[in-house]
Write a protein that binds this ligand. Structure first.
Ligand SMILES: CC(C)(COP(=O)([O-])OP(=O)([O-])OC[C@H]1O[C@@H](n2cnc3c(N)ncnc32)[C@H](O)[C@@H]1OP(=O)([O-])[O-])[C@@H](O)C(=O)NCCC(=O)NCCSC(=O)C[C@@](C)(O)CC(=O)[O-]
Ligand SMILES: NC(=O)C1=CN([C@@H]2O[C@H](COP(=O)(O)OP(=O)(O)OC[C@H]3O[C@@H](n4cnc5c(N)ncnc54)[C@H](OP(=O)(O)O)[C@@H]3O)[C@@H](O)[C@H]2O)C=CC1
Length: 400
């Protein structure tokens, strides 16, 4: 079939969009679906059509029904000095965003951090979780099933780990019971991958064993106690992905020079806004804009964009120490990877290479960099609010 014949079949409804992949290679299938849209709706999609990535490879593992590639402006912030456990150097941070003033703000935070001697960062927990929903007769069987998970942990660990060379089942905890439903939270370490595919495959094997040995029925492989891609208190308390803390002591003169304000004013803003304001509104996140930094660095490095909702959680603290400013960000739920998923896309590899963290043995180093980037942006925005500069900044940098 010729290129136009396939488009005609799509236009007439004789062929479905995903069936084009059976007729031609991934690159041509991409062009055909896009041209179908152009012809059906009389559109010009010439920008989506311009790209360099290997669509054959992307179609095999990252996208279905491809029509092209999204471009976003990418900027750089830095250098930013990091005194982490895994990252002990200066970095330049790639950031993909369309929000004017964001990169300038993170750059200002990075400059403040570097002038103050560097940010401290530590990964305090490193796990990935999957919690299926299991149905029993009632609470008494549910308790027996809970005990079955406890009694058989060693065997279940061996079964789960037979599916992966990097994943390790650390514990099954908590095991929640609600009426006849049981939710065991399988807690894994997943090396340098974010790990959701890995732990989902491993968890299914555990459920096969459950089906063999008990009459409990597995209702859903994910039962929303994981909790994947939703903001949740359990993730805040127990952690998910990397849990990371970053902090800095900014000397009084640098607060004045770089942020144009005082430690006292920043503490007041942090209390009124991030703590009391968040509590008053019932917010789950006690910060100004972690999501901005997490989204921009996630897009630049091929992370799963839906995990921004988890990365947005956390508490910012600020203290006035005799005019110097102690400032910290706490991210309990930051799923990140330097291998697997979208990190293998060519643009993501370039973003990870700018940071020097592509490939194995870099995930915790990367997590420290993300946390320090959040620290930089948070420090700058809270500083701008304290100085009364937010509207002006966005007037100057965020409007055409
Ligand atoms: C805009 C600034 C940085 C000006 O800040 P400034 O202090 O007036 O600018 P400056 O010219 O004195 O420069 C200070 C530093 O800013 C950086 N800088 C300055 N200009 C640039 C630029 N063009 N490109 C790159 N970097 C720039 C640069 O690092 C420079 O230091 P140096 O390195 O020279 O020593 C500041 O006012 C600021 O950070 N404002 C906050 C803006 C912000 O954080 N926006 C984020 C989005 S807000 C939002 O989406 C969420 C919100 C607000 O709704 C959430 C909530 O409810 O809170
Ligand atoms: N399935 C689901 O429910 C969900 C899936 N996702 C998607 O899952 C993907 C991420 O899953 P994930 O499991 O991370 O990735 P992949 O499915 O891409 O798997 C990554 C693989 O890399 C191998 N690997 C090689 N080197 C390392 C290393 N150093 N550390 C760890 N693993 C290594 C592992 O193999 P081995 O296992 O043999 O050790 C691992 O399985 C993303 O695309 C995301 O969007 C997101 C949310 C939910």
């Amino acid at each position: 079939m010729s290129h136009q014949e396939i488009i005609d079949k799509l236009l007439s409804g004789e062929m479905k969009l995903y069936q084009v992949d059976k007729e031609v290679d991934a690159k041509e299938a991409t062009d055909i679906r896009r041209e179908f849209l152009e012809q059906k709706y009389d559109l010009d999609l010439s920008n989506i059509s311009n790209y360099t990535l290997d669509m054959e490879r992307a179609s095999a593992r990252n996208i279905e029904n491809s029509i092209g590639v999204l471009q976003l402006p990418m900027g750089i912030a830095g250098p930013m000095k990091i005194n982490g456990e895994y990252c002990q150097r200066e970095v330049f941070i790639p950031l993909a965003t369309s929000e004017g003033a964001l990169v300038a703000s993170i750059n200002r935070g990075a400059s403040t951090i570097t002038a103050s001697g560097g940010a401290n960062a530590r990964v305090v927990s490193d796990i990935m979780t999957r919690a299926p929903a299991i149905k029993c007769e009632g609470v008494s069987e549910a308790l027996k099933v809970k005990q079955w998970f406890v009694d058989n942990f060693d065997e279940l660990k061996a079964i789960a780990e037979s599916t992966t060379s990097h994943g390790k089942l650390i514990k099954i905890d908590p095991i929640l019971i609600v009426g006849s439903y049981v939710y065991p939270r399988f807690v894994f370490s997943t090396g340098d991958s974010m790990g959701m595919n890995m732990v989902t495959i491993a968890s299914e094997k555990i459920l096969d064993k459950l089906a063999e040995e008990t009459s409990a029925v597995h209702i859903a492989l994910s039962g929303n106690v994981c909790v994947d891609k939703k903001p949740a208190a359990i993730n805040i308390v127990e952690g998910r992905g990397k849990s990371v803390i970053a902090d800095i002591l900014v000397p009084k003169d640098i607060v004045a020079k770089k942020l144009k304000t005082t430690a006292e004013a920043i503490v007041e803003v942090n209390t009124a806004k991030n703590l009391v304001g968040s509590a008053a509104s019932g917010a789950m996140a006690f910060n100004a804009h972690y999501a901005n930094m997490v989204a921009a660095i996630f897009l630049a490095t091929g992370q799963d964009a839906a995990h921004v909702v988890e990365g947005s959680l956390g508490i910012t603290t600020a203290e006035n120490r005799d005019g110097d400013l102690y400032f910290s960000v706490n991210l309990p739920d930051l799923p990140v990877a330097t291998v697997g998923g979208g990190t293998s896309l060519e643009v993501a590899q370039e973003g990870l290479n700018i940071l020097g963290v592509a490939g194995s043995n870099h995930a915790k180093e990367f997590a420290e960099i993300v946390a320090c980037t959040v620290l930089a942006g948070e420090l700058s925005l809270v500083g701008a609010l304290a100085a009364g500069h937010l509207a002006r900044a966005h007037q100057e940098l965020g409007r055409g």
